[in-house]
Write a protein that binds this ligand. Structure first.
Ligand code: ARG
Length: 588
């Protein structure tokens, strides 16, 4: 038997096979999860609900199941011990020899990826982020879509999904009317090569809205500019194109710093001629109705959406966010063959997505389109140290470029102070990794649906659940191998390794073999913080091991197994960090 990658899944499968041969009800779900070390490595708690349903004694059912498990072909009974505990829990313990097999088998990132690749194999997932609105500079509000989106994208790809990344730019809104009005009034020409072009556009827009407030007649002028744009007027189309180009250029700079590389950037404008089909189909199947001149969808069964309309065409006939999003789902199914679509925005858009998903479900069922799984990954706000929404002193949003530059500068100061001997080039590279990594990690390590406070001192700290702590732990393992002139990613030192023995070795080995469970948890509801917690705990167990068990001992087999544990900790740590979007360093 080859070593299972994911022991909890493996036990699930084995228990299902055992349940079948023991004649347990079809509804039996094993419910395997990692457990506290005093109980073992994994626990299955599915017997109890099953016994309750079948009205039998749970301990008796558990005994039957364990007997059947013994006879399941391929169940390694010498290496996995089972015990019935309490009212009918099953506790499993892996042998040190099995842990050693795991450590030897999963020896590089490809091996881990191959192991994880069966989780989502064959699934095509479209991820939609950061999808900013054009004509505005990226600010701190755009951090979470990029950081969370990229981590989830990498997680999905690691688990074997075919991921298509579509950056759904907000490039077709009513704001273009105001913007074009303001540009024409100011008589300016836009220059895509001007590095200040986007800030200038942003300023013009603000001036435009202020003017409209003062002089309501200007609103009609703006509306007229918008209608002209929508009807393909050459001058307005030219201006619009320039604005989109200038925005895209500025976005790409920030994307580059954060390693964001969309496959597609269709944007809302891509759907401007595709919305008519939406109106027809939704009206055809009786979902959409006219209300006060607008085309809307209600959901009578829903507590709020029975009254609160989902407006899919405005009273003036224009398309909107909802119509383009409906057309987008259709395109992603028909042209991209999406099995799942994941949207990333902050929590304020929850209603929009609930209405979008409800509407799509009903419409697709009526029209017999293939319904993909639809997921909205949302999050809370970033707060300042005062607990209020974060802003600059003058009340403006903090620009993302500036925030990221500051992160790298602060990290540079720390790195230069801690390790002045590092060559300048390395210092700069480490500062980038630590600075950007710290901003990312502070965001990802929180449960995303909660708000979090942005504090430089906390995110750049070398203690606690932070990027510097984890990056430093990796660098320390690199230095162990450097001193021995060994390559942690070449396995030759591991040949003589014996199975883990001491408590600290065993605890570390178990944690390493539980990496797949952390991945599954993070994938479950697309919450990367589960992976962060895992890496933090892994690093803590590594420290305990490294303090308690000397690596450089005489006995070749003991030394080999300890080096093996060091190397695999590094592998899992670096693989995990990269998945979160961080760049590991070899020294710092
Ligand atoms: N442009 C939107 C915003 O800035 C986010 C778009 C998210 N994607 C989508 N398909 N609705 O809020």
């Amino acid at each position: 038997m080859s070593t299972p990658f994911d022991f909890s899944r493996f036990l699930e499968e084995q228990l299902l096979a055992a349940a079948k041969s023991a004649g347990l009800p079809e509804s039996f779900e094993p419910g395997v999860r990692p457990t506290e070390p005093r109980f073992g490595d994994y626990q299955a708690n599915g017997v109890l609900p099953c016994a309750k349903q079948a009205k039998t004694n749970p301990r008796q059912l558990a005994t039957q199941l364990v007997e059947a498990l013994d006879n399941v072909e391929g169940f390694p009974k010498d290496d996995i011990s089972v015990e019935i505990a309490g009212p009918g829990f099953l506790n499993f313990k892996l042998s040190p020899a099995l842990l050693l097999d795991w450590l030897k088998e999963f020896s590089d990132e490809d091996a881990l990826k191959k192991g994880a690749g069966s989780l989502l194999a064959g699934e095509t997932v479209v991820v939609d982020f950061p999808s900013p609105n054009t004509a505005k500079q990226m600010h701190i509000g755009h951090l979470r879509p990029m950081v969370i989106g990229e981590a989830v994208k990498r997680l999905l790809a690691f688990a074997g999904a075919k991921v298509i990344h579509d950056d759904h730019l907000g490039d077709w809104g009513t704001n273009f009317g105001t913007l074009i009005m303001a540009i024409k009034r100011a008589g300016v020409t836009l220059d895509p090569n001007d590095p200040e072009a986007l800030p200038k556009i942003e300023k013009l827009y603000k001036e435009g809205t202020a003017l409209e407030k003062e002089d309501p007649a200007l609103r009609d002028v703006s509306r007229n500019e918008l209608v002209k744009l929508q009807h393909g007027d050459a001058e307005n189309t030219g201006l619009w194109k320039q604005i989109v180009t200038i925005s895209g250029k500025a976005f790409n700079e920030v994307y580059g710093i954060l390693g964001i590389h969309p496959d597609l950037t269709y944007g809302e404008s891509h759907y401007r001629d595709r919305v008519d089909r939406i109106y027809t189909e939704l009206t055809d199947c009786g979902l959409a109705e006219t209300s006060e001149g607008a085309l809307v969808v209600f959901h009578p069964e829903h507590p709020r959406f029975a009254e609160q309309p989902f407006i899919i065409r405005k009273a003036d006939g224009a398309s909107n966010y909802a119509s383009t999003d409906l057309a987008t789902v259709l395109l992603r199914v028909e042209e991209l063959h999406a099995d799942r679509i994941v949207y990333f925005t902050d929590g304020r858009q929850q209603d929009h997505f609930q209405q979008l998903f409800l509407t799509t479900e009903k419409w697709f069922q009526e029209k017999k389109h293939d319904l993909p799984a639809l997921q909205h990954v949302w999050w809370g706000s970033i707060l300042g140290e005062d607990g209020k929404a974060i802003k600059t002193r003058s009340g403006e949003p903090i620009l993302l470029r500036q925030l990221l530059d500051e992160a790298v500068n602060r990290a540079y100061t720390i790195v230069a102070e801690k390790n002045p001997e590092l060559p300048e080039e390395v210092k700069q590279q480490v500062a980038r990794s630590v600075g950007i990594g710290a901003v990312r990690y502070a965001d990802l390590s929180q449960n995303r649906t909660q708000d979090y406070a942005f504090a430089w001192s906390k995110l750049l700290a070398f203690e606690g659940n932070t990027a510097p702590y984890l990056l430093y732990a990796g660098a320390r393992i690199h230095s162990i191998f450097r001193k021995l002139d060994l390559d942690p990613y070449a396995g030759d030192f591991a040949a003589e390794a014996t199975a883990p023995e001491t408590d600290t070795e065993l605890a570390l080995a178990r944690k390493l073999a539980a990496f797949p469970t952390a991945l599954e948890l993070a994938l479950g509801d697309l919450r990367p913080h589960f992976l962060c917690t895992y890496l933090y705990e892994l690093t803590g167990l590594f420290s305990s091991f490294y303090n308690a068990d000397r690596v450089m001992v005489e006995e070749a087999d003991v030394k080999a197994r300890r080096l093996l544990l060091c190397a695999r900790t590094l592998l899992v740590l670096e693989t995990g960090l990269r998945m979160l979007g961080l760049e590991p360093v070899e020294q710092m």
